[in-house]
Design a protein around this ligand. Structure first.
Ligand SMILES: C[S@@+](CC[C@H](N)C(=O)[O-])C[C@H]1O[C@@H](n2cnc3c(N)ncnc32)[C@H](O)[C@@H]1O
Length: 294
């Protein structure tokens, strides 16, 4: 049985949001509901929690797993549409805090509903859409992109040193690629076995997933709109898992501070302690940043 996703930096997130019992909070990335449920437990019946996920399977899981009280609203959408979500749900009250815990949940990796998020899921199709209403799968993208475009994709979004040879190998064998296993086999064949070059498949999969889901654009839009709709003294906390995401969050926060629109809660980025990393290795690359709106 797939294990439930372990929420990362849980206590630190709750503390960063300084939750008021009667406040209104949004969890932009519901996943298995770990952060949301703890946030909810700090609210009174006058408080309100809105949790968003673009993956309908996440919403279905949480609805089955938890009892959903009337002050916990679940919405299947992309957090880049956060302002519209409030309008659609007739919510006009002051917003006290927003959480984003970016990327994939461990459930999506381990029990993907045949979407091939994990480079270990050999027999799954190369789909990678978190939101199955999106049109383009990872395989469509591999087929439609030129060698040059794939090289750029793997180099920029995957920070992969052997991007060009991987892209060439893929384009030369494109008719043979259908599954995760077909792709990972080719990647290993395209990269020299070097002890200091570990796990190129992970980086290629990260790049494809970012592109298929347009993750960095959603993040930019989501940050912009979230900060806009926050009340004064409201807090925005973001956990990122790789440098591309973290750079966007850091730059966005720094820009607000420069414009005197916000102040950083922590001088230094918050990372998991050793005990958390031992208990949940997935947390190792997590970074938490929080901004308070002025
Ligand atoms: C790391 S998991 C969140 C785990 C959650 N905090 C928990 O404790 O279980 C990230 C979740 O955010 C969702 N997600 C990622 N990007 C999104 C976006 N732009 N809009 C809405 N949901 C998104 C994913 O589908 C995934 O379920």
């Amino acid at each position: 049985m797939t294990k439930i996703h372990i929420p990362v930096l849980l206590e630190e997130c709750l503390e960063s949001l300084s939750i008021k019992a009667e406040g209104f909070y949004i969890d932009c990335t519901l996943g298995d509901g770990g952060h949301s449920y703890k946030m909810l437990s700090r609210l009174s019946s006058q408080g309100l929690l809105l949790s968003i996920d673009q993956d309908q399977h996440a919403i279905d899981f949480v609805k089955n797993f938890y009892e959903i009280p009337s002050n916990w609203v679940l919405v299947n959408s992309n957090f880049s549409k956060i302002s519209q979500i409030l309008i659609d749900n007739d919510i006009t009250r002051a917003l006290d805090g927003i959480l984003m815990d970016l990327g994939l949940s461990s459930r999506q990796l381990e029990s993907s509903h045949d979407r091939g998020f994990s480079y270990q899921a050999d027999n799954e199709p190369l789909d990678m859409r978190m939101d199955e209403k999106l049109g383009v799968t990872a395989l469509d993208m591999l087929r439609a992109s030129s060698e040059k475009e794939l090289t750029k994709l793997f180099a920029v979004y995957g920070e992969e040193r052997f991007a060009r040879s991987i892209a060439r190998k893929i384009k030369n064998n494109i008719s043979r690629i259908n599954t995760v296993g077909d792709l990972t086999g080719l990647i290993y064949g395209a990269v020299p076995a070097a002890p200091n070059h570990k796990n190129p498949t992970r980086r290629v999969f990260q790049a494809l997933r970012i592109a298929v889901n347009d993750e960095l654009y959603s993040l930019e839009q989501g940050l912009d709109k979230s900060f806009e709709i926050l009340a004064a003294n409201g807090r925005l906390s973001v956990i990122s898992f790789h440098s591309l995401e973290d750079r966007i969050v850091k730059n966005f926060f720094d820009k607000q501070v420069k414009k005197d629109r916000g102040e950083l809660l922590f001088k230094k980025v918050v990372v998991p302690n050793q005990e958390e990393m031992d208990r949940n290795p997935r947390a190792s690359s997590a970074k938490l940043r929080t901004i308070i709106k002025i």
